[in-house]
Design a protein around this ligand. Sequence first.
Ligand SMILES: Cc1ncc(COP(=O)(O)O)c(C=O)c1O
Length: 442
Amino acid sequence: MQLQASNPPLDAYWMPFTANRDFKKSPRLLASASGHHYIANDGRRLYDGFSGLWTSGLGHCHPKIVEAVQHQVAHLDLCMGFQAGHNKAFELAENLTKIAPKGLEHCFFTNSGSESVDTALKIALGYHRARGEATRTRLIGRQRGYHGVNFGGISVGGIGPNRKMFGANLINGVDHLSHTHNLEHAAFSHGLPEWGAHLVDELEALVALHDASTIAAVIVEPVAGSTGILPPPVGYLERLRDVCTRNGILLIFDEVITGFGRVGEAFAAQRFGVSPDIITAAKGLTNGVIPMGAVLLGEDIYKAFMHGPEQGIELFHGYTYSGHPVAAAAGLATLEVYKAEGTFAQARELESTFAKELHQFDHYPKVIDVRNIGLMGAIELEPRKGSPGARGLEVHKQCFWEEDLVIRNNMDILQFSPFLNSRPADLRDMFAAVKRVIDKVA
Ligand SMILES: Cc1ncc(COP(=O)(O)O)c(C=O)c1O
């Protein structure tokens, strides 16, 4: 591991989803990573409580994945991906569909979660058109949904700041269901809240308003991640599935976070026993090592496109790097490690320890909610009067500088996404550190 590094000039790089001016005053720069830790530029060893950015459930620099990537980059660094291919992309698609929920037998590769979402939306629209139901153009998302940052994703997404600058240019014909966050009825739920399945009635209302024949798809995260870990209310996803099925609407689960063991199964669809028509994935597909995303879909949808002259392209969509050889090699190695190490079962086993540690903050001073499912957890702090987000950011920074701990805050919500193979003692230490910081901040 590199032990430390000096800081470079910071001005040129415009950082994503970061308070740039604030960051550049106290840059939190990381020089290397191994297993469950980072080494910061100043040489300190920090525990990673967020497993990368929900990405690296197996830990950083897993030797099997590193080896696969090193081998691949020296053998086939790139292969023309349109009208030509290479074995590993086909093998990865095959292996991925084997662990996917039954019936999702095909896979389209992208390079990120955002691209997976926009690809899935296009496939949903194209599917209906190919079947002669071209009036099905309406898309339905949910408030507080995060579906990446491309135009399709922010249109179905439900985060005000992500949308407001681009409001006039969002795609047409999108509605949003209400989110399921409710401090009055569902605060301090352990696992799935009892309250909230009735919110699916809003979908029935939209069907009544617009007519089912105009609606192409509904997209939700089975557990909303980025906006603060909102586990689905008991019965919610089942009801959503039922309304979609009865009305010929495709149900898309955005599993960019929940995929690959985060909720103790390969996909949240399996954990919750609800089968979507399409799944979007990324992050854990390669353990975050190489950017890659995937869209999983069934035979029915695939077949709808496979008509017309055989020399014709069936879907006018794709990326230069779809199925990139190095990413595919990383993906294959990652899936092998998940299997060999029994990672998804490991995550499921850790869930109760994680929940116990997290819920010690129930009704704690300055804490207004604690939520969890799988290895996803949130502590929602009471915002400071007139300064929303300040307390959360301060906790994040104090964890980094004073407790050698990396956690994420979204406004005043502290988010935890521990490694799927975390050591229980590390989880205890992490929450002890968080407690010290919460006690300290004003
Ligand atoms: C549910 C969900 N969808 C899509 C995305 C976008 O993924 P990316 O940042 O790889 O484009 C994310 C990223 O966090 C996500 O959580």
